[in-house]
Design a protein around this ligand. Structure first.
Ligand SMILES: [Zn+2]
Ligand SMILES: [Zn+2]
Length: 71
């Protein structure tokens, strides 16, 4: 079963969800992701990244320096 990326409309097998616009997106459309608080993972898509408010919110939630890309 496949999904479709809400951003680039590509068919994808693995997907993630943007923490801000809540769309299902492929990994190519992910601008950045990080471990948020506890188990919550923060993902920001390229569209939200160009949105200043959302980018700021994303950055302010950065905890520590760990930016290991974990799927
Ligand atoms: Zn995409
Ligand atoms: Zn988004």
């Amino acid at each position: 079963m496949t999904h479709m990326c809400d951003r680039c409309k590509r068919e994808i097998y693995k997907y993630t969800k943007c923490s801000y616009c809540k769309r299902v997106i492929c990994f190519d459309c992910v601008k950045s992701s990080q471990k948020g608080t506890r188990t919550q993972k923060l993902v920001i898509c390229k569209d939200c990244w160009s949105n200043m408010k959302r980018r700021k919110a994303y950055r302010s939630k950065r905890s520590g320096t760990s930016t290991e890309p974990k799927a």
